[in-house]
Write a protein that binds this ligand. Structure first.
Ligand code: AMP
Length: 273
C-alpha cells in the first residue's frame, strides 16, 4: 500500500497504473462504515484509493474542526488490512490556495436540513469532492447513505457538471443496538450513548407506521419527535429520494431523516423507505 500526500505524485502514479479506479473519500477515524465502502470498492475496482482529509471548508466557525478525531496509525492499519492500494493523505495547503474558486450547493436542496443548520457546509463538501474527483479521476466513487443529503448533492453535481464518475451509494452500517456508526460517536459519554439510541428508535417507529399503512408525513413526524424527546431536534423530515417535499410516504421513493444534538454532538441518521 502506498501513502501519498502530493497531488502531482498521485496523478502520475494513477496514470502509470491505467486501472479501473475506485475512490473512497473520508475524513479518517475509520470505522466499519468506512470499511463497508472500501469493501464495495474492492469488489468493483482494480485499484482503490482512500482519501483521508479533514476538509476545513466544510466546517463552520465554532464547529469541531480542531478537535475532529484523528487516528492516523489505526487508519493506515485498517486500510492496509482491507487491501487498499493508495491512501491519499494531503495537508490542507496541498488542496487549497488563497482566493479559491468554489462549487456552490444549490439554493434549495443545499440549504435545507443539514444545510440549514450548517449554512455553507455543502459548498465546502462539493468543492473538496470536486477537487478529489479531478485529482483521482475515479471510475467509481463510494459514499454512505448515512449522509443522504451529501450523497444526493454529490450525485446532482456529477449529473449537472457532466462528470465522468459513477457514484455508488452504500448502506448504513449500524452497531448491533441500532446506532449508526459515526466518527463522532466517540464524543458520547455512556448516558449520551443511551440517549442516542432514540435516533434509530424514531426511524424504526416511522418504518413500523408505514408498514401499518400510516403514510401521512405529518403524523409520522409527530410520532418521531415524541420518541426523540427530550433530545434537541435539528430536524425530522420525510422527503422524496430526490429531496423534494411530500405529504405522504411513497414506498420505494422516500427518505426519513433525523438530526439531533446529543449534548454538543450533532448526530444524523436516516432510513430509505
Ligand atoms: P466521513 O469520514 O464521516 O466524512 O465519512 C466518509 C464516508 O463514509 C461518507 O461517504 C459517509 O457517508 C460514509 N459513512 C460514514 N458513516 C457510515 C456508516 N455508518 N455506514 C456507511 N457509510 C458511512
Amino acid at each position: 500500500m502506498r501513502i501519498i500526500s502530493k497531488v502531482r505524485e498521485l496523478k502520475e502514479y494513477l496514470k502509470e497504473q491505467n486501472k479501473i479506479v475506485g475512490l473512497v473519500p473520508t475524513m479518517g477515524a475509520l470505522h466499519d462504515g468506512h470499511l463497508s465502502l472500501i469493501k464495495n470498492a474492492k469488489k468493483e475496482c482494480e485499484l482503490v484509493v482512500v482519501s483521508i482529509f479533514v476538509n476545513p471548508t466544510q466546517f463552520l466557525k465554532g464547529e469541531d474542526l480542531d478537535k475532529y478525531p484523528s487516528r492516523d496509525k489505526a487508519d493506515k492499519k485498517i486500510c492496509e488490512l482491507s487491501g487498499v492500494d493508495v491512501i491519499f493523505l494531503p495537508q490542507a495547503d496541498e488542496i487549497y490556495g488563497d482566493d479559491e474558486v468554489k462549487v456552490l450547493a444549490p439554493n434549495i436542496r443545499g440549504f435545507t436540513l443539514e444545510g440549514a443548520s450548517r449554512p455553507g457546509h455543502f459548498n465546502g463538501v462539493l468543492t473538496v469532492v470536486n477537487k478529489l474527483f479531478n485529482i483521482v479521476n475515479p471510475d467509481f466513487a463510494y459514499f454512505g447513505k448515512k449522509d443522504a443529503q451529501q450523497l444526493n448533492l454529490i450525485s446532482l453535481m456529477v449529473e449537472q457538471f457532466f462528470m465522468n464518475v459513477v457514484i455508488v451509494p452504500v448502506d448504513t452500517v449500524r452497531e448491533s443496538d441500532g446506532l449508526a456508526l459515526s466518527s463522532r460517536n466517540i464524543y458520547l459519554c455512556a448516558d449520551q450513548r443511551i440517549d442516542a439510541l432514540k435516533i434509530s428508535s424514531s426511524l424504526y417507529e416511522a418504518s413500523k407506521m408505514v408498514s401499518r399503512g400510516d403514510v401521512q408525513v405529518d403524523d409520522i413526524k409527530r410520532k418521531m419527535s415524541k420518541v426523540l424527546e427530550p433530545l434537541e431536534i435539528s430536524y425530522v423530515e420525510i422527503l422524496s429520494r430526490d429531496f423534494k417535499a411530500t405529504k405522504r410516504v411513497e414506498i420505494g421513493n422516500s427518505i426519513v431523516l433525523v438530526e439531533v444534538l446529543v449534548g454538543t454532538t450533532r448526530l444524523l441518521d436516516n432510513i430509505w423507505l
